[in-house]
Structure formats: C-alpha cells, structure tokens
Design a protein. Structure first.
Length: 476
C-alpha cells in the first residue's frame, strides 16, 4: 500500500535544509497536494513520476523471472520478450546495473487515495488476469489468487456449500489482493480479514517462492507468526500471489434482518447489546440514510439501518431471530425482505459498486459501538459545514468496535481529500476510544511509541527485502 515508502520519504524530507523550518504536518500537506510553492523542483518530480512499465501477470513464473531481472540476478534477455517488447522494456527502464529498480502491485480497486510517493524506477504488476480460485475437497478452505474478485469467491463458495465469512464494509468490486496491497476493508462480526488467512503464497525479493503460514491450518499459538504480523503490510515485504483462506460451512438456514433506527442513542445501545449476542451472527452492516439510498434506491431509507446476517439450523433460526429482536430493542422498523448488498447478482453488485465508488472516502475510523450514533451525527454536521454531504458505511465486530468508513459528496482532488481527512481527525480526537487509521493519520502520528514501531517495521522490511525490489524505500 506504500505506507512505509511514504513514511520513510517524510522522515527523510524533514532533514532537507530547505524544508527544516516546516512543521511536520505542513510538510505532509505540501507533499500530499504537490505544492510547488513549498517543495523543491526535484521533490515535485519524484511525486509526479510513475512506474514506466506495467506487466499483466498471468502466471507466477513471470513474476519470478521479472524480479530476478530487476534485482540483477538475470539479464533482460531471459524475459523471453519479443524484439519490440524487449526494446520497449529496456528503453523505458533505462536498464543498467548502476541503478536500482523496484516493483509494485497495482490494486484493482482503491477505496481511498493513492500513496503520496509512487514507485519511481521500475515495474507495476497488474494481476487482473491472475484470478484463479481452488476450493479444498476435504474442508472449508480455498486458495484464491490475488486477482480473483471477492464477489466471485463469495458466489462460487456458496454454490459448493461454503460460506465466505468476511465481507467488504464498503461494497466495492474488490479483488482478494486489494486486502494485501490496497485498502479493501474486509471484515466479519468475529474478526477482520487477517483472521481468515491461513497462509500467503508469495515471491520474495530474490525471485524465490515463499509460503508464509500453513495452508491447511491457522498458525496461532505456534510462537512463529510472521504471517499475521505482515498481512497489514504484506505488499511491502513480498509480492503476494495467492491467499489460503479459511471458509466456514454454509448454514442450513440463513436470514438477513434489517432494522431501522431514527434515534442515535437507541442505535448505539442496540449495537452495544448486539456485541454480546453470541454465535449465529455472520456480519452486521450499518448504513446511514445517504449510504442506504445508494445501496437500495427503491427503499425509503431510515436515519440509520442495521442489517444482520444470521445463520443457524433450520429449527433454530426462529429462536435466533427472537433473541436478535430483544438485543436490537429500540428499532423503528424491521424487515426480513430487504435485500443485503452481497447476495445480489454479480452484475447488480458491480453496478451498485460503480455508484458507491463516486464518493470520496477518507479512510477507516474505529469507534466504540456505544458512541457510534453520536459520532455519525458529528460527521454529518461536519459534511454540511464543508459543503460536502456526508454518509457512512460501517461494520460491527463482537469486540465492541464499529469499523466505520465516512464518505463525502465532493470532488476527489487532493486538497479536498486532505481537508476532509483533517476534519474527520478532529472529530475522532474528541470521541473517547475512537481511532483514525487512514494512511494520512499514520503519517500525522508523532506519538513516540508509534514512531518506534514504524522504525522497527522499516528495519524488518530492509532485512526481508535486502535486494530493495519490493516497493523499495525512496529518499528525496
């Protein structure tokens, strides 16, 4: 996702004499919006440079070969390109062993915004065509290549008696790889995306196949868990090719129940009680009126809507529903007929995703369930003040936290993204227990322990990627 490259670039930029008088946040703003009145010409050139070559990946051998060329182990001749492609490759990269080359992965769908500092000198990988899915015959597991669409995985798993436990909080047409080198917000009621990843098949910076984790089982409690330490930044350490995913058995009976709330306090109380509901809840998806209108334009929206996916035995589903009604007491309306955003056809899902993608997203806010209604009201008020109508998609987890993605009806220019991000950050700082986890928020954070952790992660990257090939760090 480029976080380490951006963070390293900022750390080095503050040491430039011409920028030494700038406070850190002013420098981040100048870098983010490409302010040529503040930044030297060389830095502006860095920020506007993009990878000169894009390679569409169809098999992992192509990636291995390419990495070995970029790190100097093999000659470009070994790529086996046609004369025309060979000439293009060498002239675009200016191939020579006096310089380093990097490789970066292109997300299929990006929720928020691109990184500040693009990969400067090398190759961008397009995994759109690398999209195979293999289901286990002896259990509820799948191997999904990074280009495979989440919606396809979800539908094909259901046809085979599996349940994909994680869903995108913001229903865009993500690929599986977008969770590893993009910002796809996959989650379920019982955990985030990483909790369902048993292993990753990757290519190291030396062109070697490397499997991180154990594909058949999770490696919790083994005292060796590089996998879950690396997943949030997997694309910074390795080139992910496939993910071994833990699925669940498809319940005998499934039901989606929709609750409408018109009172923020009642909404928060209902969500807080729902955290302690127990087994049976697959996911809890929350929308405000603006988001609900986008997902279900034919249905009059409530101020807030909570959709709960229940799974149980055929005889037990009724009891689960009654218990859920008790937990969600205070709702204004209830429906078992309102469609959820995930079980529609692939074409309908993609059409809705195209509409959702028009909004400007600033990143994730994690807020306690008991404060969610109040937080949502503050975001809407801020949007009105900023002439950018606000809404939110959210997902409840049993830990008592709501993963929230505010969005705004505003142009997606960098200045607007930055200003709206700062406004959301201000709201978060006034909300006890809340955290803003956007990429900008990570760059803004100057808390000493956080900075030490980032330095440790950077050191780990430099050890794993000693060849400086996988999204290499760049200094201004």
């Amino acid at each position: 996702m480029g976080l380490l490259r951006d963070w390293h670039y900022v750390e080095k930029a503050v040491q430039i004499p011409a920028l030494a008088e700038l406070i850190r946040e002013a420098l981040i703003h100048a870098l983010f919006v490409r302010d040529d009145r503040v930044l030297p010409r060389d830095l502006i050139a860095d920020l506007n440079r993009v990878p000169p070559v894009t390679v569409k990946v169809k098999e992992d051998a192509e990636v291995r070969k390419l990495v070995r060329v970029l790190n100097g182990q093999e000659s470009t001749v070994s790529l086996g390109l046609s004369a025309e492609d060979y000439h293009y490759f060498r002239t675009q990269l200016g191939v020579g062993r006096t310089r380093e080359f990097g490789v970066t992965m292109r997300p299929r769908t990006l929720l928020t915004y691109d990184w500040i500092v693009p990969e400067q000198r090398g190759v961008q990988l397009d995994f759109t065509g690398y999209a195979g899915i293999e289901f286990a015959v002896d259990g509820h597991r799948a191997i999904a290549q990074v280009g495979a669409l989440w919606k396809r995985l979800y539908d094909e798993a259901s046809e085979r008696g599996h349940l994909v436990p994680f869903v995108p909080t913001v229903p865009l047409d993500f690929a599986v790889g977008d969770a590893l080198y993009g910002d796809a917000p996959f989650a379920s009621f019982r955990g985030g995306f990483a909790s369902y990843v048993n292993a990753l098949r990757t290519i190291s910076a030396y062109g070697q196949r490397a499997r991180i984790g154990f594909e058949e089982v999770a490696n919790y409690g083994t005292a060796y868990d590089l996998l879950h330490a690396a997943i949030p930044l997997a694309g910074e350490f390795f080139i992910p090719l496939s993910a071994a995913l833990r699925l669940e058995a498809k319940p005998a009976a499934r039901k989606t129940l929709t609750y409408g709330f018109d009172d923020p306090a009642k909404l928060s109380a209902g969500l807080d009680r729902l955290c302690r509901f127990g087994p049976g809840v697959n996911w809890v998806h929350i929308t405000d009126a603006v988001a609900a209108k986008i997902l279900r334009p034919a249905t009059p929206p409530e101020a807030s809507t909570v959709q709960v996916s229940l799974g149980a035995t055929t005889t037990g589903i009724a009891a689960k529903e009654k218990a859920l009604d008790v937990a969600m007491v205070g709702f204004k309306a209830k429906s078992s007929e309102t469609p959820n955003p995930y079980d529609v056809s692939a074409d309908a899902y993609r059409k809705t995703a195209d509409t959702v993608a028009r909004s400007l997203f600033v990143g994730e806010v994690r807020v306690p369930a008991k404060s969610f209604g109040e937080f949502l009201g503050k975001v809407r008020a801020f949007g009105d003040q900023s002439a950018a109508k606000a809404g939110a998609y959210a997902n409840l987890q049993e830990t008592g936290s709501v993963s929230t993605y505010p969005f705004f009806s505003a142009p997606k220019d960098r200045t607007k993204v930055y200003d709206l991000s700062k406004g959301v950050r201000a709201i978060v700082t006034r909300t006890p227990g809340a955290a803003f986890t956007s990429r900008l928020a990570h760059l803004w954070d100057e808390e000493p322990n956080f900075l030490r952790r980032m330095s440790l992660v950077r050191s780990l990257k430099l050890e794993i990627d000693e060849a400086h090939v996988v999204q290499p760090l760049i200094s201004p």
